[in-house]
Design a protein around this ligand. Structure first.
Ligand SMILES: *[C@@H]1O[C@H](CO)[C@@H](O)[C@H](O)[C@H]1NC(C)=O
Ligand SMILES: *[C@@H]1O[C@H](CO)[C@@H](O)[C@H](O)[C@H]1NC(C)=O
Ligand SMILES: *[C@@H]1O[C@H](CO)[C@@H](O)[C@H](O)[C@H]1NC(C)=O
Length: 484
């Protein structure tokens, strides 16, 4: 055993002591800085290092293995490329491809596949409308068609990414060279084609909708872009549950953007590769500042919807019989026709809870109408898939009830009546914060539905790559060993 000399022991003790004192000092000064917040003279960057900025608490911690790289300032602290601060500080006139999260190549399909379906007439063989000029953008018909209009908003957003005077988040950018793209976007307005042309007969057996789908399949299968990836990096929008009815089985390798998986087999569509996008709400969007409060919403539970006799719809009838005689419950059948939209808007914004019950598909626009009305959604739909659920914690602003529980006598009313006022207010406050993530708009804004979808695509693409990497690791390892 070696004896430690007295002197060196003294030196190391005093070092330890000095260390303790300086640590204490550092902790003290950071807490003071913290209290003074922005007003301190410390440069912002240092301040950010000392104080770990917290993300909004409704954003789930990173459970997926892929980093969440959103462009919206509310997410900015989660992870950010170096360029992030530059983007936030000065909006570039044109979104630079090196800064964008996602490089997108879009096929120049003829207008009959997209804006032509809206009655847009091209001049001089133009393929796309001039999105710099608001007057030249074909408008989308109102009414219930709007629910599935995501194809319109995503396409406009891509076009505007190369338009000099449109200010938008630089999340996705259109590029000309497909070999450099992260994803290939197929601009077919399939929901509109279904809504417009599923009954337009061209021959005895064929509708216009089906012909467009056939043309699309033929077009895609003939493209190098498709062959290179087997379609895997293609984004195809099929938000209406009946859209792409013919083509979906030929294009199942691509990334679909859907409302739900209700009418798909899991080989053709599944959560590993596809994206669930919100419906566009049809009721009026409430301003957070004049959202009716707890007291200003006299109706406890609201539901308005169609009766379905098939599939999951049985539960609607059971619930109707359980709830119809309860006081402060509004439960009526009848689809929300476009004339009834104003009534539904008023109904939901004067209710505390809005039921979202499985119908003939697991999803419906009712959930998004409830969110736009800041009416706490009660989701009774076991098979539902929710948009952006990997980053949004729905349990903070919605209530989930299993269908088997909801149909027990007294269960639902007891559950909802027991929710205290302050608990409801918490959820309502959260709804007002997250509501913008479900808003489709042009030009797109940071964190709106369009931006959220691009971010989701980015996460999917990175995830698929990563899985590819994992899958290959044994092969790569073997190759390496064989080469020795
Ligand atoms: C689009 O519209 C803008 C503004 O009206 C105009 O400056 C621009 O030249 C137009 N672009 C094309 C390709 O016509
Ligand atoms: C772009 O600029 C043109 C004219 O310079 C203007 O008419 C148009 O409204 C602008 N577009 C947007 C989206 O601001
Ligand atoms: C597209 O990108 C690839 C790879 O970067 C390049 O080899 C090719 O020349 C580019 N094509 C055009 C038309 O620029």
């Amino acid at each position: 055993m070696t004896q430690i000399p007295e002197k060196s022991l003294f030196v190391s003790r005093s070092f330890a002591c000095l260390f303790c004192v300086s640590m204490l000092f550092l902790i003290l000064s950071s807490s003071i800085l913290y209290q003074f917040g922005d007003a301190s003279l410390v440069p912002r960057s240092i301040y950010n290092i000392i104080i770990v900025k917290t993300t909004p608490d409704y954003i789930k911690p990173d459970e997926t293995r892929v980093a969440f790289e959103p462009s919206s300032p509310i997410f900015a602290s989660l992870s950010c490329k170096e360029s992030c601060s530059k983007i936030n500080a000065v909006k570039p006139a044109i979104c630079d491809q090196t800064q964008a999260l996602l490089k997108v190549f879009m096929y120049d399909l003829p207008p009959e596949f997209h804006f032509g379906l809206l009655g847009w007439k091209e001049d001089r063989n133009q393929i796309w409308p001039n999105v710099s000029n608001l007057n030249q953008i074909p408008s989308y018909p109102g009414g219930l068609n709007l629910q599935h209009s995501i194809e319109y908003w995503l396409t406009l957003d891509l076009l505007s990414s190369v338009s000099p005077n449109v200010s938008r988040p630089c999340t996705a950018v259109l590029i000309q060279n497909s070999t450099q793209a992260d994803v290939i976007f197929v601009p077919f307005f399939s929901s509109l084609s279904y809504n417009r042309h599923s009954k337009t007969r061209v021959t005895e057996k064929t509708t216009m909708d089906k012909i467009l789908q056939q043309k699309l399949v033929k077009f895609l299968k003939g493209r190098d872009e498709w062959r290179r990836s087997g379609g895997k990096n293609h984004i195809i929008m099929a938000h209406h549950p009946n859209s792409m009815l013919f083509a979906r089985r030929h294009l199942g390798s691509s990334m679909f953007v859907l409302a739900d998986f209700g009418r798909y087999s899991s080989q053709i569509a599944n959560i590993d590769k596809d994206i669930i996008a919100p419906y566009k709400h049809v009721v009026r969007r409430l301003d957070a500042r004049d959202s009716p409060s707890f007291q200003e919403r006299p109706v406890l539970v609201y539901f308005q919807g169609a009766i379905y006799r098939k599939d999951g719809g049985v539960i609607r009838q059971k619930l109707y019989h359980l709830l119809k005689d309860e006081k402060d419950v509004h439960f009526t059948f009848g689809s929300v026709s476009s004339g009834g939209v104003r009534k539904a808007s008023r109904g939901m914004s004067s209710s505390k809870f809005c039921l979202n019950i499985a119908g003939d598909t697991p999803s419906s626009n009712r959930l998004f109408d409830a969110i736009a009305s800041h009416c706490v959604p009660v989701i009774i739909s076991d098979e539902i898939e929710l948009p952006f659920e990997d980053v949004l914690d729905y349990s903070k602003f919605a209530i989930f009830v299993r269908a088997s529980d909801a149909v027990k006598k007294g269960y639902l009313m007891k559950l909802l009546r027991r929710i205290r006022r302050d608990k409801w207010i918490q959820m309502w406050e959260r709804l007002k914060e997250i509501e913008k993530h479900f808003e489709y708009e042009y030009p797109s804004q940071s964190g709106d539905a369009v931006d959220m979808i691009w971010q989701m695509v980015h996460r999917k693409v990175s995830y698929v790559h990563e899985k590819g990497g994992r899958k290959n690791r044994y092969d790569m390892s073997q190759k390496f060993l064989d080469a020795i």
